[in-house]
Design a protein around this ligand. Structure first.
Ligand code: SAM
Length: 277
């Protein structure tokens, strides 16, 4: 791509770990714009150099946001093209950029996404938890009392919950999740995605909290916590009824173990409950 349309704000996703998770379109756009607004210019420079991008950078972070947004909207209004990036993943997702996009749109400037990595979506894609409906909760409060209060408010949420968490709070947050949501609730810890020590652990909250507390290696790096939504009692009962019906049919042709496995996969009822029925 030799040129980009004038006066456009490109919101460009960058990798969350693996440097090659930057799309060809992202690279071409970052090369072609007049300026790249970056959360931390020192952090982004090595990635940009790796991909042969030497476009000028300006900083856009929470401490200079007001002045930087005004200057960038002025440049966009004069017909320059600007790209917005954050330290990792998709800008605006627990990252700066909201005020710039809002101001640009209010000024009638075109804002166009160059999609790519996002830790929440990457984690959801491998967690094996229901993904048809989910809620992204960003970071939980750092202090336990406020964190537990937030979790209490979410305890009845039926959709899969996604949280970002810092590694030095991961053990305490998992303990609070276990205490508030109950130790039986299914959860997944997705750590260091796309990096060398990538780990995806799926267990009930009690086991997961215990394992992480006991293993300092699981308390390192960047992590996403996903928790299955609250199961409605009526829904659980309906699945069990359907599971038992399917199990009874399959049992005529298959061993109890195979019939229970298939009936559980078809109905969503727990395999153990079907096997024991
Ligand atoms: N904008 C980013 C995105 O699109 O995912 C998120 C930025 S937020 C400041 C950083 C948090 O995202 C980390 O604390 C962690 O919870 C999560 N995260 C980022 N990279 C990750 C990775 N490689 N593996 C797991 N979680 C990651």
């Amino acid at each position: 791509m030799s040129a980009v349309p004038p006066g456009c704000l490109w919101v460009v996703a960058t990798p969350i770990g693996h440097r090659d998770d930057l799309s060809a379109r992202a690279i071409a756009t970052l090369r072609a714009v007049a300026v790249i607004a970056a959360e931390d210019t020192r952090h982004s420079r090595p990635l940009l150099m790796h991909h042969g991008i030497d476009t000028p950078l300006v900083a856009l972070h929470e401490y200079n946001e007001r002045e930087a947004v005004a200057a960038l909207v002025r440049r966009l209004g004069e017909g320059e093209s600007v790209a917005l990036i954050s330290d990792a993943g998709t800008p605006l997702v627990s990252d700066p950029g909201f005020r710039l996009v809002r101001a640009a749109r209010a000024a009638g400037i075109r804002c166009a996404p160059i999609p790519g990595a996002c830790a929440a979506i990457a984690a959801l894609s491998v967690a094996g938890l229901p993904s048809d409906r989910f809620v992204f909760e960003g970071f939980l409060p750092p202090k336990s009392a406020a964190r537990r209060a937030r979790l209490q408010a979410l305890a009845g949420e039926p959709r899969t919950l996604i949280f970002y968490e810092s590694s030095h709070r991961i053990a305490e947050s998992l303990a609070d999740l276990r205490d508030v949501f109950g130790g039986e609730r299914e959860a997944v810890l997705a750590r260091e995605l796309t990096k060398v020590f990538e780990t995806v652990l799926g267990e009930p909250l009690a086991a997961l909290a215990e394992r992480v507390a006991a293993d300092p290696d699981q308390q390192r790096g960047e992590c996403v916590i996903l928790v299955a939504g609250h199961a409605d009692e009526a829904d659980v009962d309906a699945k069990l009824v359907e599971g038992r019906r399917v199990f009874a049919i399959l049992r005529e042709e298959l061993s109890p173990a195979k019939a229970a496995k298939l009936a559980a996969a078809i109905s969503g009822a727990p395999r153990k409950a079907l096997y024991e029925s």
